[in-house]
Structure formats: structure tokens, C-alpha cells
Design a protein around this ligand. Structure first.
Ligand SMILES: *Cc1c(COP(=O)(O)O)cnc(C)c1O
Length: 355
């Protein structure tokens, strides 16, 4: 019999680096341990001559990286005996909060922009038994409301302004180092509320300081053109992009993200929806990985820098693919061809073959 070393979730695996003690009841769905997949075919187009890896965060239990932060935020909420969880969300935070609340046996309240949540994410929140409240407004307005409500109740806010979220998320950077044997030269991420780029940078630094890895990457963050407050340097009132997970006009971790980029000698750029969709289709058709549109912003950004001759000539590049493509089947269908329907005969099907 082959012995598998069981993975115990990010809190147990990286406990040394996390604020979880003996008294913390761990609420885990065994998140983390996601693949770091070499992407040589995609690299031929988006960064020829360089090594490209994809950190597949869609392989987490609820299909996005949000689970890394949620396990710690919910465990800490249990420790302080919170009566419930609440979040504002563009979708994935609510799916994750709902799942961990179910695991913990706590009620979850999620406040989302009406009609703006990808189908899979809404379905997850409902299936896990969260109370979903849709507002006639955007994410930024939802966040203002939940912040105010959580201040006055024993309900714990689990948005990324909850410090435990970023603490949990930093373990993704530590995993990349463990998988590569060192830090990459460039780490590229889509940027919405800017929590993840902040968390990765913290993770890389802490792992290096602890002597667990060598080197530090340059952090490259990419926003969508219609939702690029960090690149433009001002709040965007009504952010617009096909990439709903990064449709954010006033990022919660604004200053931390700028710091991460500056300290790491990185950069922030924006990509158009067309570039995002192109990358979304390329990674699916060339590497076999179906990610969310928002996730593809990392690849679209690297490709754009390559086309503009702004990419360093060598060194390993890691792109985080933040969420699973099945979260948003509508966008996938809308950019795909319509399958043909033919009679149920061998000849009719044979006529369709192209090889
Ligand atoms: C939350 C999310 C993002 C944005 O991450 P931030 O930490 O808000 O910058 C990107 N992609 C997906 C799929 C997400 O769920």
C-alpha cells in the first residue's frame, strides 16, 4: 500500500507562521496544497524563453484562494465565540464564508450586489445555507454596510479587512517556495481589493526571514482597465469589467499593495477586458486549466508586458490563477462557439471531424 502523507490544511501545515494557538478551534476544509503547474505551451506565447508556472488556487475546497484566509478568520471567530459571520462579496468570499460557516455550525450573512454575482458563487452560498442579501448597489457600498453592522453586533466580519484573512492567504507564497525550492523571480496576480498581493508579499518575506527559502520575487499586480483605482491613483465610482471578482473601485488594502509593489521592485498595470478574455481562453485551450476571468488578468498582464518589451529577460514567473472557471459558466459560454447539432448517424458525426 502506498502511504500518503495527509495534508491537514494551511493552519496545521504553517502553524509556526500563523496566530493560531492551543485554544483556537480549527475550522478547516483541508484547503491549500494546490498544484503549481508548469505551463510551457502558454509560455511560448506569453513569455517566450522563460519558465512559467501556474498556481492553481481554483483547486481549493470552494474553488478559490479565499479558503486560505477563511479557515483562519472562522477559526478565530470561533475562538472569540462569535454568533455568526458576515461579509460583503463579489462572490468568492461569500461562497467561502458560507462553506466554513457550515463546517463551523455558525450562521452566515452575505451581502452582494444584486444580479452581479457569477452563477456558481451564488449557488454555493445558497447551498451552504448562508442568508444571501442582495443590495441595489455595488461591492464598495456593500462593504460599508457590513462594516457598520458588525461593529454593533457579535457577528464577525470576514472580509479581507479582517486581519486573519491576509494571514491565512500568505501561506500561498510559502507553498510556492516549497514547491519550487526557492522564490520565483516574478509573481503575478490579479488585483481587486489588493489583499492577496499584500498577503503573498508578506508570506515571501516571512518565509525568507525564517530561513525557509531564498530570494524574493518582484510582485506584479494587474487590474482591469475599467476597475483600476491603484493604477489610476484614484477611486473608481462605478467599476466595470467582465472580471467580476476584481470589479472593485476602492480597494481595502490600497496602501499595503502599493508598499508590496514598491518594496519588491514590482509594478502595477492594467489590462483590457479583451486581453483578459484572450488569456482566459488561452490557458483553458493550451494548458487544460479553466480559471475565472479575473484570474486570467495575471496571464494577460504578463503577456502585455512581453509585447511591450517590459518583461525581464529571464527568471521563473509564477501566475496565480485565483479561482475556478466553473464559478462563472455564463462568461465561458458567452465567449465560446455554439456546438453543432447533427442527426444521430455515424456519417453525420464523421463529417464533423477535422483530423
Ligand atoms: C477575491 C478575488 C480576486 C481579488 O483578490 P484581492 O485580494 O481582492 O485583490 C481575484 N480573483 C478571484 C477569483 C477572487 O476571488
Amino acid at each position: 500500500m502506498k502511504t500518503m502523507i495527509p495534508w491537514r490544511g494551511i493552519i496545521e501545515e504553517y502553524r509556526k507562521f500563523l496566530p493560531a494557538g492551543e485554544q483556537t478551534p480549527i475550522v478547516s476544509l483541508q484547503e491549500g496544497n494546490t498544484p503549481l503547474l508548469p505551463a510551457p505551451r502558454l509560455a511560448e506565447t506569453v513569455c517566450p524563453g522563460r519558465e512559467l508556472f501556474l498556481k492553481i488556487e481554483g483547486a481549493n475546497p470552494t474553488g478559490s484562494f479565499k479558503d486560505r484566509g477563511m479557515t483562519l478568520a472562522v477559526s478565530k471567530a470561533m475562538e472569540k465565540k462569535a454568533k455568526g459571520l458576515m461579509c460583503a462579496s463579489t462572490g468568492n468570499t461569500s461562497a467561502s464564508a458560507a462553506a466554513y460557516a457550515a463546517k463551523a455550525g455558525l450562521p452566515a450573512y452575505v451581502v452582494v450586489p444584486a444580479g452581479k454575482i457569477a452563477l456558481g458563487k451564488l449557488t454555493q452560498a445558497l447551498m451552504h445555507g448562508a442568508r444571501v442579501i442582495q443590495i441595489e448597489g455595488n461591492f464598495d457600498q456593500a462593504l460599508t454596510i457590513v462594516k457598520s453592522l458588525c461593529e454593533e453586533t457579535a457577528i464577525e466580519l470576514v472580509n479581507s479587512i479582517n486581519p486573519f484573512r491576509l494571514e491565512g492567504q500568505k501561506t500561498a507564497a510559502m507553498e510556492v517556495c516549497d514547491q519550487l525550492g526557492c522564490a520565483p523571480v516574478i509573481h503575478a496576480l490579479p488585483v481587486g481589493n489588493a489583499g492577496n498581493i499584500t498577503a503573498y508579499w508578506r508570506g515571501y518575506r516571512e518565509y525568507k526571514e525564517a530561513g525557509q527559502t531564498q530570494g524574493l520575487p518582484r510582485m506584479f499586480g494587474f487590474q482591469a482597465e475599467g476597475a483600476a483605482p491603484l493604477v489610476r491613483g484614484h477611486v473608481v465610482e462605478s467599476p466595470q469589467t467582465v472580471a467580476s471578482a476584481i470589479r472593485i473601485g476602492n480597494p481595502a488594502s490600497w496602501t499595503f499593495a502599493l508598499q508590496a509593489v514598491e518594496e519588491s521592485d514590482g509594478c502595477l498595470h492594467m489590462v483590457s477586458d479583451e486581453e483578459i478574455i484572450q488569456a482566459y481562453q488561452m490557458v483553458a485551450s493550451q494548458e487544460g486549466i479553466f480559471c475565472e476571468p479575473a484570474s486570467a488578468a495575471s496571464i494577460a498582464g504578463i503577456y502585455k508586458l512581453h509585447r511591450e518589451n517590459l518583461l525581464p529577460k529571464d527568471g521563473t514567473i509564477v501566475c496565480t490563477l485565483t479561482g475556478h472557471g466553473l464559478k462563472d459558466p455564463d462568461t465561458g459560454l458567452s465567449v465560446s462557439y455554439r456546438p453543432v447539432t447533427v442527426p444521430a448517424t455515424r456519417e453525420a458525426v464523421a463529417a464533423q471531424l477535422t483530423t
